[in-house]
Design a binder for this molecule. Sequence first.
Ligand code: DX5
Ligand code: ZN
Length: 219
Amino acid sequence: MIKIAPSILSADFAQLGPEVAVVEAGGADWIHVDVMDGHFVPNITLGPAIVSAIKPHTSLPLDVHLMIEQPERYIADFAKAGADVITVHAEACTHLHRVIHMIKEHGIKAGVAINPGTPASIIQEVLEDVDLVLVMTVNPGFGGQQFIPRTVQKVRQVRQLLNEASLFDVHIEVDGGITSETAPLVADAGADVLVAGSAVFGQKDREAAIMAIRGSVQN
Ligand code: DX5
Ligand code: ZN
């Protein structure tokens, strides 16, 4: 089953409570929360205080995507704030294996993300330790960017690595430029969690926007 995770990066930051409630009512599966530090990516967004502020407004899992340097410094804070999944970038972790286990020690799901310029092979040694692999389909930092077609073959490659290791429960998430045009490409390659920012929050009717993406992969 494909999961749709609207990214609140494209929501109205002054209305985050109502915004998450609307996409939950509109059929979203997870809420994707983009954390940026102005170092790992050239943009600054939000921290644990915002995650705890959103938490009471939705019963959906909070999928926290950390685009920050040395994420190990903040894992405990985001776990305490109510994150259900925490994903860190392989490029941002000197001790990736340690950070993944630090996340799991909080009893939540751990994900590893890779940028478009990073090969799938970099995550080979931690595949058995993660619940999710996030294949970035744009260079992280901003919403509303264009999907990078080359990433489709990396999704396929990650699915193959997981299959070869008999890891059938690990999610493959894609993030960036996902629309009803690009969703079928990544779903066909093996992605099962689709993040969508502008394609959902950029539309007046969020329910119709979610249904359009879901419909594009189920036909
Ligand atoms: C990009 C973020 C994404 C972003 C996606 O750096 O990680 O989650 O919100 O936005 P869209 O769907 O508009 O490309
Ligand atoms: Zn993201």
